[in-house]
Write a protein that binds this ligand. Structure first.
Ligand SMILES: [Zn+2]
Length: 292
Protein backbone atom coordinates (compact mmCIF):
# COMPACT_ATOMS: atom_id res chain seq x y z
CA UNK A 1 0.00 0.00 0.00
CA UNK A 2 2.72 2.46 1.04
CA UNK A 3 4.70 1.45 -2.03
CA UNK A 4 1.89 2.61 -4.32
CA UNK A 5 1.58 5.91 -2.45
CA UNK A 6 5.32 6.40 -2.73
CA UNK A 7 5.29 5.77 -6.49
CA UNK A 8 2.39 8.23 -6.94
CA UNK A 9 4.23 10.83 -4.87
CA UNK A 10 7.37 10.39 -6.99
CA UNK A 11 5.38 10.77 -10.21
CA UNK A 12 3.72 13.97 -8.96
CA UNK A 13 7.03 15.40 -7.81
CA UNK A 14 8.79 14.57 -11.09
CA UNK A 15 5.97 16.12 -13.15
CA UNK A 16 6.06 19.24 -10.97
CA UNK A 17 9.82 19.60 -11.32
CA UNK A 18 9.65 19.03 -15.06
CA UNK A 19 7.30 21.96 -15.58
CA UNK A 20 8.71 24.23 -12.91
CA UNK A 21 12.40 23.88 -13.59
CA UNK A 22 13.83 26.45 -15.99
CA UNK A 23 14.96 25.33 -19.40
CA UNK A 24 18.45 23.94 -19.68
CA UNK A 25 19.48 26.77 -22.01
CA UNK A 26 18.45 29.33 -19.36
CA UNK A 27 20.50 27.50 -16.77
CA UNK A 28 23.50 27.55 -19.10
CA UNK A 29 23.05 31.27 -19.70
CA UNK A 30 22.87 31.88 -15.95
CA UNK A 31 25.96 29.81 -15.40
CA UNK A 32 27.76 31.82 -18.07
CA UNK A 33 28.27 28.75 -20.23
CA UNK A 34 26.29 30.34 -23.00
CA UNK A 35 26.63 34.07 -23.09
CA UNK A 36 23.76 34.93 -25.32
CA UNK A 37 21.34 32.55 -26.88
CA UNK A 38 20.26 35.06 -29.50
CA UNK A 39 23.80 35.71 -30.62
CA UNK A 40 24.24 32.08 -31.51
CA UNK A 41 21.48 32.32 -34.08
CA UNK A 42 22.22 35.70 -35.54
CA UNK A 43 23.63 35.37 -39.01
CA UNK A 44 25.97 37.91 -40.50
CA UNK A 45 24.15 40.57 -42.50
CA UNK A 46 22.73 39.33 -45.77
CA UNK A 47 24.88 39.65 -48.86
CA UNK A 48 22.93 42.62 -50.16
CA UNK A 49 23.20 44.24 -46.76
CA UNK A 50 19.51 44.94 -46.55
CA UNK A 51 18.61 42.68 -43.69
CA UNK A 52 19.81 44.08 -40.45
CA UNK A 53 19.77 41.33 -37.89
CA UNK A 54 22.57 42.47 -35.67
CA UNK A 55 22.22 44.40 -32.46
CA UNK A 56 23.74 47.74 -31.71
CA UNK A 57 26.87 46.33 -30.16
CA UNK A 58 27.74 44.16 -33.09
CA UNK A 59 27.30 47.15 -35.33
CA UNK A 60 30.06 48.78 -33.34
CA UNK A 61 27.83 51.25 -31.57
CA UNK A 62 27.88 51.87 -27.88
CA UNK A 63 24.67 50.11 -27.11
CA UNK A 64 23.30 48.18 -24.21
CA UNK A 65 23.69 44.65 -25.48
CA UNK A 66 21.07 42.35 -26.85
CA UNK A 67 20.66 40.28 -23.76
CA UNK A 68 20.34 43.09 -21.28
CA UNK A 69 18.02 44.96 -23.58
CA UNK A 70 15.82 41.93 -23.96
CA UNK A 71 15.72 41.60 -20.20
CA UNK A 72 14.67 45.19 -19.90
CA UNK A 73 11.82 44.74 -22.35
CA UNK A 74 10.74 41.50 -20.66
CA UNK A 75 10.87 43.23 -17.35
CA UNK A 76 8.64 45.93 -18.72
CA UNK A 77 6.21 43.33 -20.01
CA UNK A 78 6.13 41.70 -16.60
CA UNK A 79 5.46 45.05 -14.98
CA UNK A 80 2.65 45.73 -17.42
CA UNK A 81 1.18 42.39 -16.44
CA UNK A 82 1.31 43.37 -12.82
CA UNK A 83 4.38 41.32 -11.94
CA UNK A 84 6.92 43.93 -10.99
CA UNK A 85 10.27 42.23 -11.05
CA UNK A 86 12.29 45.43 -10.75
CA UNK A 87 13.11 44.56 -7.17
CA UNK A 88 15.14 41.61 -8.38
CA UNK A 89 18.81 42.29 -8.57
CA UNK A 90 20.25 41.75 -12.00
CA UNK A 91 23.62 43.37 -11.68
CA UNK A 92 25.52 41.41 -14.26
CA UNK A 93 28.13 43.32 -16.17
CA UNK A 94 28.20 42.26 -19.80
CA UNK A 95 31.20 42.31 -22.05
CA UNK A 96 30.58 42.88 -25.71
CA UNK A 97 32.26 41.17 -28.64
CA UNK A 98 34.99 43.83 -28.72
CA UNK A 99 35.81 43.12 -25.11
CA UNK A 100 34.45 46.43 -23.84
CA UNK A 101 32.52 46.40 -20.63
CA UNK A 102 28.91 47.20 -21.27
CA UNK A 103 26.71 48.98 -18.77
CA UNK A 104 24.54 46.68 -16.80
CA UNK A 105 20.85 46.58 -17.30
CA UNK A 106 19.82 48.86 -14.47
CA UNK A 107 22.41 51.48 -15.40
CA UNK A 108 21.07 51.55 -18.92
CA UNK A 109 17.48 51.94 -17.88
CA UNK A 110 18.53 54.62 -15.40
CA UNK A 111 20.47 56.43 -18.11
CA UNK A 112 17.41 56.43 -20.32
CA UNK A 113 15.24 57.67 -17.46
CA UNK A 114 17.70 60.52 -16.80
CA UNK A 115 17.72 61.39 -20.47
CA UNK A 116 13.92 61.61 -20.53
CA UNK A 117 13.94 63.73 -17.33
CA UNK A 118 16.34 66.08 -19.07
CA UNK A 119 14.14 66.28 -22.15
CA UNK A 120 11.08 67.04 -20.04
CA UNK A 121 12.81 69.85 -18.13
CA UNK A 122 14.29 71.22 -21.36
CA UNK A 123 10.85 71.65 -22.88
CA UNK A 124 10.02 73.86 -19.90
CA UNK A 125 8.20 71.42 -17.64
CA UNK A 126 8.68 70.67 -13.98
CA UNK A 127 9.83 67.06 -13.70
CA UNK A 128 8.70 67.06 -10.06
CA UNK A 129 5.12 67.90 -10.94
CA UNK A 130 2.92 65.07 -9.73
CA UNK A 131 1.69 63.98 -13.13
CA UNK A 132 5.22 63.77 -14.47
CA UNK A 133 6.92 61.99 -11.59
CA UNK A 134 6.97 58.58 -13.24
CA UNK A 135 6.90 59.80 -16.82
CA UNK A 136 10.64 59.48 -17.55
CA UNK A 137 10.57 55.85 -16.46
CA UNK A 138 7.42 55.09 -18.43
CA UNK A 139 8.82 56.83 -21.48
CA UNK A 140 12.09 54.89 -21.27
CA UNK A 141 10.27 51.59 -21.07
CA UNK A 142 7.90 52.58 -23.84
CA UNK A 143 10.86 53.43 -26.06
CA UNK A 144 12.33 49.99 -25.41
CA UNK A 145 9.02 48.48 -26.39
CA UNK A 146 8.78 50.53 -29.58
CA UNK A 147 12.21 49.33 -30.63
CA UNK A 148 11.98 45.70 -29.53
CA UNK A 149 12.46 44.58 -33.11
CA UNK A 150 16.21 44.90 -32.55
CA UNK A 151 15.98 41.88 -30.27
CA UNK A 152 14.47 39.62 -32.85
CA UNK A 153 16.38 37.96 -35.57
CA UNK A 154 15.18 36.71 -38.87
CA UNK A 155 15.96 33.02 -38.35
CA UNK A 156 14.07 32.88 -35.09
CA UNK A 157 11.08 34.68 -36.54
CA UNK A 158 10.89 32.38 -39.56
CA UNK A 159 11.71 29.33 -37.46
CA UNK A 160 10.24 26.12 -38.84
CA UNK A 161 7.44 27.84 -40.74
CA UNK A 162 8.77 27.14 -44.24
CA UNK A 163 6.73 24.41 -45.86
CA UNK A 164 7.18 22.45 -49.07
CA UNK A 165 4.15 23.02 -51.24
CA UNK A 166 3.45 22.77 -54.96
CA UNK A 167 1.13 25.77 -54.86
CA UNK A 168 2.04 28.09 -57.71
CA UNK A 169 -0.59 30.78 -57.41
CA UNK A 170 0.04 34.13 -55.86
CA UNK A 171 -0.15 34.29 -52.06
CA UNK A 172 -1.29 37.63 -50.69
CA UNK A 173 -1.61 38.95 -47.18
CA UNK A 174 -2.92 42.47 -47.08
CA UNK A 175 -3.73 45.10 -44.48
CA UNK A 176 -1.12 43.99 -41.96
CA UNK A 177 -1.08 46.63 -39.22
CA UNK A 178 2.26 48.34 -38.88
CA UNK A 179 3.58 50.74 -36.24
CA UNK A 180 7.05 52.15 -36.46
CA UNK A 181 9.21 55.09 -35.41
CA UNK A 182 10.59 57.53 -37.92
CA UNK A 183 14.33 57.53 -37.43
CA UNK A 184 14.63 61.22 -38.29
CA UNK A 185 12.25 62.56 -35.65
CA UNK A 186 11.56 59.60 -33.34
CA UNK A 187 7.85 60.04 -33.83
CA UNK A 188 5.52 57.31 -35.01
CA UNK A 189 4.47 56.41 -38.48
CA UNK A 190 1.87 53.75 -38.94
CA UNK A 191 -0.21 52.17 -41.61
CA UNK A 192 -0.77 48.97 -43.54
CA UNK A 193 1.53 46.53 -45.23
CA UNK A 194 0.48 44.33 -48.14
CA UNK A 195 2.63 41.37 -49.09
CA UNK A 196 2.38 39.10 -52.10
CA UNK A 197 4.62 36.38 -53.40
CA UNK A 198 4.62 33.73 -56.07
CA UNK A 199 5.79 30.47 -54.46
CA UNK A 200 8.52 28.35 -55.90
CA UNK A 201 8.00 24.98 -54.15
CA UNK A 202 8.02 26.62 -50.74
CA UNK A 203 5.52 28.66 -48.77
CA UNK A 204 5.81 30.59 -45.54
CA UNK A 205 3.36 30.34 -42.63
CA UNK A 206 1.02 33.31 -43.02
CA UNK A 207 1.49 34.52 -39.47
CA UNK A 208 5.23 34.69 -40.16
CA UNK A 209 4.63 37.36 -42.78
CA UNK A 210 3.08 39.50 -40.05
CA UNK A 211 5.96 38.64 -37.70
CA UNK A 212 8.50 39.79 -40.29
CA UNK A 213 6.62 43.10 -40.55
CA UNK A 214 6.66 43.41 -36.76
CA UNK A 215 10.36 42.60 -36.49
CA UNK A 216 11.43 45.29 -38.94
CA UNK A 217 8.87 47.93 -38.00
CA UNK A 218 9.72 47.88 -34.28
CA UNK A 219 12.96 49.70 -34.94
CA UNK A 220 13.99 53.18 -35.91
CA UNK A 221 13.00 53.21 -39.54
CA UNK A 222 12.36 54.97 -42.77
CA UNK A 223 9.43 53.62 -44.73
CA UNK A 224 11.48 52.94 -47.85
CA UNK A 225 13.95 50.71 -46.01
CA UNK A 226 11.22 48.94 -44.08
CA UNK A 227 9.50 48.04 -47.35
CA UNK A 228 12.69 46.68 -48.87
CA UNK A 229 13.70 44.74 -45.76
CA UNK A 230 10.37 42.93 -45.62
CA UNK A 231 10.57 41.98 -49.31
CA UNK A 232 14.19 40.86 -49.09
CA UNK A 233 13.51 38.79 -45.97
CA UNK A 234 10.74 36.85 -47.71
CA UNK A 235 12.92 36.37 -50.77
CA UNK A 236 15.68 34.89 -48.64
CA UNK A 237 13.37 32.72 -46.56
CA UNK A 238 11.59 30.83 -49.33
CA UNK A 239 13.21 31.89 -52.61
CA UNK A 240 9.90 32.52 -54.35
CA UNK A 241 9.59 33.40 -58.05
CA UNK A 242 8.83 36.93 -56.95
CA UNK A 243 7.82 39.15 -54.05
CA UNK A 244 5.87 42.38 -53.86
CA UNK A 245 5.53 44.56 -50.79
CA UNK A 246 3.48 47.74 -50.59
CA UNK A 247 3.45 49.92 -47.49
CA UNK A 248 0.95 52.73 -46.99
CA UNK A 249 1.65 54.89 -43.97
CA UNK A 250 0.90 58.18 -42.28
CA UNK A 251 3.85 59.96 -40.72
CA UNK A 252 3.25 61.92 -37.54
CA UNK A 253 6.31 64.02 -38.33
CA UNK A 254 4.44 65.28 -41.38
CA UNK A 255 1.04 65.50 -39.73
CA UNK A 256 2.02 67.18 -36.46
CA UNK A 257 4.86 69.43 -37.50
CA UNK A 258 6.33 71.18 -40.52
CA UNK A 259 4.04 70.95 -43.50
CA UNK A 260 1.10 69.57 -41.43
CA UNK A 261 -0.38 67.59 -44.27
CA UNK A 262 -2.95 65.79 -42.19
CA UNK A 263 -4.25 63.39 -44.80
CA UNK A 264 -1.07 62.65 -46.68
CA UNK A 265 -0.33 58.96 -47.04
CA UNK A 266 3.04 57.79 -48.18
CA UNK A 267 3.10 54.68 -50.33
CA UNK A 268 6.25 52.73 -50.96
CA UNK A 269 6.69 49.50 -52.84
CA UNK A 270 9.37 46.93 -53.46
CA UNK A 271 9.00 44.45 -56.30
CA UNK A 272 11.44 41.60 -56.69
CA UNK A 273 11.73 38.74 -59.20
CA UNK A 274 8.72 38.29 -61.49
CA UNK A 275 6.92 41.08 -59.67
CA UNK A 276 9.55 43.40 -61.06
CA UNK A 277 10.10 41.77 -64.43
CA UNK A 278 6.56 40.87 -65.44
CA UNK A 279 4.08 43.77 -65.60
CA UNK A 280 1.12 41.36 -65.64
CA UNK A 281 2.13 39.70 -62.36
CA UNK A 282 2.71 43.09 -60.81
CA UNK A 283 -0.66 44.37 -62.00
CA UNK A 284 -2.40 41.30 -60.65
CA UNK A 285 -0.80 41.87 -57.26
CA UNK A 286 -1.63 45.58 -57.21
CA UNK A 287 -5.22 44.99 -58.24
CA UNK A 288 -5.69 42.28 -55.60
CA UNK A 289 -4.40 44.45 -52.78
CA UNK A 290 -6.58 47.40 -53.74
CA UNK A 291 -9.72 45.30 -54.26
CA UNK A 292 -12.41 46.17 -51.75
ZN1 LIG B 1 10.09 61.88 -39.52
Amino acid sequence: MYDILLVIAIIILTTYLFFKLPKLTDVLVWCGLRTNELDAHVKPPATNGEIVTGNRLRQGEKGIGQKSRLHMVNKFENMSNGHDSSAESDEITHVDTNGSVVHDEKDNLNDMIKAYSSIISHVGEDVNREGLLKTPERAAKAMLWFTKGYEENFDEVINKAVFDEDHDEMVILRDIEMFSLCEHHLVPFNGKVHIGYLPNKKILGLSKLARVVEMYSRRLQVQERLTKQIATAILQAIHPAGVGVVVEACHMCMMMRGVQKINATTTTSCMLGVFREDPKTREEFLSLITKK
